[in-house]
Design a protein around this ligand. Structure first.
Ligand code: C5P
Length: 335
């Protein structure tokens, strides 16, 4: 089955999506499994902080029966914005793989034998390699965009979640958004009740941390008897979320990866201390780091803490934001 992509009214010339960052309010890391992943008990919350992803149609058609179509499907992948540095613009970007996988799925399930060639523009508002799932969020957005641009009709949520899980552990959450418990390798999600809005000062670092390296350091510290035992009980965070009280949440924020991230990057201790001194209620390393998330009493405090800490610590930037927010979603082109 095929559509006429050259016909002016056959479809829009482009699609836009918004891809939100996440913070882990609780990150419990269990033992490494046989497949190399760690069993997690984590509480994700999405943040207003986001990337904008645009897909445009080049007007060319890609024949899925001709070898090498995977390389031609995406004409270009431009990355802009404050956190563009170091983000791959080739097939190393998860956006590329997400798009190819949607085309494969449409060929297998809908018998499509051609799709339009696309170009992507990613505007990075989320710090890259920072422990905030920016790459995962972009991939979630790409799944939605490719599904909208290629399919005669959507592949549907169950298929998109399946594709998300093939691509990475955090992608299902960035697709869903809100607040959720993540188990398994983080991809098995249960929505959680969360009242109110929480305000954060996000402090970036000018050098990223590799997620696998931090997981490996967690294992090493534990093997040497220096690490914390896995903290897989999320009940305290769940109660704090139900209360909607920031001070309550501040008292129970927890990250099993934090000692490992601080071993690899001792300078992050200064960020956390500067946050507390500037008036944040509490601070944690976000996911595998090196971004730190400082929980604040309200929006004004978050703006103040972000400005003060980033001024004090060279090489950092401060971003005030809040959560929960939505998962990745398509945005009207006119907006
Ligand atoms: O799933 P994703 O590709 O995002 O994971 C990146 C890496 O992080 C994995 O290859 C693995 O080394 C590590 N990881 C892990 N346990 C998890 C999630 C990720 O060890 N639950």
């Amino acid at each position: 089955m095929n559509r006429d992509f050259s016909s002016p009214d056959s479809r829009a010339s482009g699609y836009r999506a918004r891809a939100h960052a996440k913070v882990n309010l609780h990150l419990g890391v269990g033992d490494a499994r046989a497949d190399g992943y760690h069993e997690l008990a984590t509480v994700f919350q999405s943040l207003e902080l986001h990337d904008d992803v645009r897909l445009s149609l080049t007007g060319e058609e890609i024949d899925l029966a001709v070898d090498g179509w995977e390389e031609r499907l995406i004409e270009s992948l431009a990355v802009t914005g404050p956190y563009a540095a170091g983000v791959p613009t080739d097939s190393g970007n998860l956006v590329w793989r997400a798009t190819v996988n949607i085309a494969k799925r449409l060929r297998a399930e809908r018998g499509l034998d051609a799709v339009p060639q696309v170009a992507f523009e990613l505007r990075k508002g989320i710090p890259a390699a920072g422990g905030m799932a920016g790459g995962s969020a972009d991939a979630a957005a790409a799944l939605l965009l490719a599904d909208a641009a290629f399919g005669p009709t959507s592949l549907g949520q169950p298929v998109l979640y399946e594709e998300a899980n093939w691509l990475g552990s955090d992608i299902a959450f960035t697709l869903r958004g809100g607040t959720a418990l993540g188990t398994g390798r983080g991809e098995q999600l249960t929505p959680m009740l969360a009242r109110g809005t929480f305000h954060w000062a996000i402090i970036t670092s000018n050098e990223g941390l590799s997620t696998p390296a931090v997981f490996q350091k967690v294992d090493e510290l534990r093997a040497a008897g220096k690490g914390q035992p896995p903290h897989l009980d999320t009940a305290a965070v769940s109660q704090a979320l139900t209360s909607g009280d920031a001070e309550h949440l501040a008292a129970v924020l927890h990250n099993d990866m934090q000692p490992a991230a601080l071993t690899l990057r001792p300078d992050l201790r200064k960020t956390l201390a500067a946050g507390k001194a500037a008036g944040a209620l509490a601070g944690i390393v976000s996911g595998s780091g090196p971004t730190c998330a400082l929980l604040c009493a309200d929006a004004a405090e978050a703006a103040e803490v972000a400005a003060q800490v980033s001024t004090e610590l060279p090489g950092t930037r401060g971003i005030p934001t809040s959560g929960p927010a939505r998962g990745a979603h398509l945005v009207d082109e006119a907006n």
